[in-house]
Write a protein that binds this ligand. Structure first.
Ligand SMILES: *Cc1c(COP(=O)(O)O)cnc(C)c1O
Length: 365
């Protein structure tokens, strides 16, 4: 039976003045709306008790399995306000399906796609006033964070018999305030984020925890983020801690590392593979060696590099650094022409400024 997410309204919502001040300058992931969606799963009863309730602290036993064995997954997508005031999300069914694949890998229960979408719709309807207006170029949105975790109080190692699903929402500004700025990347040679047979293709907190040491090493070397290579041979490019990578060649190929089981299949990545074709590029998924990056930039074969994901959309990549070396940047001051064309195209679709010929948008409110 489909879950319903009944609203029990927050008795102490933010005042209109507080909310306007936040929406004026939301930042990212700092402020949260008045409500959250919640549902419970038990082995005996399946999914039940769906609700939208006041955003606030959750109560967990110290023995809750998630705190010990990290049985947890999440998703990330956005709600966009269009010029007519209506609110839309971008390919939410792809997030629902990915969450189902992540759940299977982490031995968590699958939340049916219709319940996933219903939870988003219920939360966004309750908190519509938190979806920022987005006049041309503003890039503001409401970031939605569905997550699921083992809430059972039990220290034995087995899949939990009680699981909680929740969605929280956070107003988000442009990732780059003051215009696009290329990021400098560090090759993480001492730390991998995921290996063959591991959880790299699942969106789980554990992958992020394992990426932090490489990330820190990069920051110590003056970089913004780390690039992770295949764990076995340290030869092939995989992705960043939370974004996929693309390369544009001088003969208009659009290359991205093929999905090997340790790379997260981004919704932005797969959308860009489709859009690339429409923009006259030749998209190809393949194994790409880190040496091809260094050589390609040196020879002029690679003309642009960018990273992509829901939060920052498309981010130009400048320099690549490693122990004892670096490549020059191909990104200029604000990213190359193709990087910016892909970025604008995606944003125009998401904000309803061009026709949604792919059927990628779903109305939430
Ligand atoms: C979420 C995520 C991405 C980007 O996925 P999108 O669906 O495009 O937001 C890329 N890599 C990792 C490791 C991720 O967790």
């Amino acid at each position: 039976m489909a879950l319903s997410f009944e609203l029990s309204a927050n008795p102490n919502p933010a005042s209109e003045a507080e909310r306007s001040a936040i929406l004026e300058n939301p930042g990212f992931g700092k402020h949260f709306t008045d409500h959250m969606a919640v549902a419970t799963w038990t082995k005996d009863a399946g999914w039940h008790d769906g609700r939208v309730t006041a955003y606030g602290p959750i109560s967990l036993m110290p023995s809750a399995a998630v705190l010990h064995y990290a049985q947890e997954i999440f998703e990330g997508l956005k709600a966009y306000r269009h010029a007519d005031g209506s609110i839309w999300s971008f390919r939410p069914e792809a997030n629902a399906q990915r969450m189902a694949r992540s759940a299977a890998r982490l031995a968590l229960p699958v939340l049916p796609e219709e319940d996933f979408i219903a939870s988003l719709r219920a939360l966004v309807t309750a908190d519509q006033a938190w979806v920022p207006e987005a006049p041309d170029g503003s890039e503001k949105s409401l970031y939605l964070r569905p997550f699921m975790y083992a809430s059972e109080a039990f220290l034995g190692v087995r899949p939990a018999n009680e699981v909680t699903f929740s969605v929280i929402a956070s107003p988000a500004g442009a990732y780059f305030s003051g215009g696009l700025k290329p990021v400098t990347l560090w090759i993480s040679q001492h730390y991998a984020r995921a290996g063959a047979g591991g959880t790299g293709a699942a969106k789980c907190g554990g992958n992020y925890a394992s990426s932090l040491a490489g990330q820190l090493e990069g920051i110590e070397h003056g970089c913004d983020q780390a690039v992770f290579l295949d764990a076995a041979t340290q030869t092939f490019i995989e992705e960043l801690g939370g974004m996929n990578l693309f390369f544009v060649t001088k003969d208009n190929r659009l290359l991205t590392p093929e999905l090997t089981g340790s790379i997260l299949e981004g919704v932005t990545r797969s959308s860009i593979l489709d859009l690339g074709k429409e923009l006259g590029l030749d998209p190809q998924e393949q194994r790409i060696e880190i040496e091809q990056w260094k050589d390609g930039v040196a020879s002029g074969e690679i003309v642009e590099i960018f990273a992509c994901g829901t939060a920052a959309v498309v981010t130009p990549v400048g320099e690549l650094r490693w122990e004892g070396g670096s490549t020059p940047s191909t990104a200029g001051a604000a990213g190359g022409e193709i990087t910016n064309a892909i970025r604008s195209r995606l944003l125009d679709i998401q904000y309803g400024r061009v026709e949604d010929t792919h059927g990628w948008l779903t109305q939430l409110a």
